[in-house]
Unconditional design. Structure first.
Length: 96
């Protein structure tokens, strides 16, 4: 089942909304069924569109990518920049 799910997710990767990609990757990471190829396929688009994600989706994505053990300097730089810009969001009552 997980292999079929991963294959379909990789097939849909170019068409997934970033919020949906966050949910898919987070679910896979929580089930400990990460798909490195899927993460790597999504990473270029994710890296350049982090600003459009809510802080909750941003947290889900960064956690899932870390659990997939994918290391990408461009993503790390974009994530660091975005987290610095949103620091107050993570301290607000809405996010707690």
């Amino acid at each position: 089942w997980w292999e079929a799910f991963s294959a379909r997710a990789r097939e849909m990767a170019p068409h997934l909304a970033l919020h949906d990609a966050s949910l898919v990757l987070n679910g896979m990471a929580r089930a400990r069924r990460t798909d490195r190829a899927l993460v790597e396929a999504l990473l270029p688009r994710i890296s350049s569109h982090l600003v459009y994600l809510t802080s909750a989706h941003l947290a889900m994505l960064s956690s899932a990518i870390a659990k997939a053990d994918v290391h990408d300097a461009r993503f790390a730089a974009a994530l660091t920049r975005e987290l610095k810009a949103r620091l107050m969001e993570f301290h607000s009552a809405m996010e707690i």
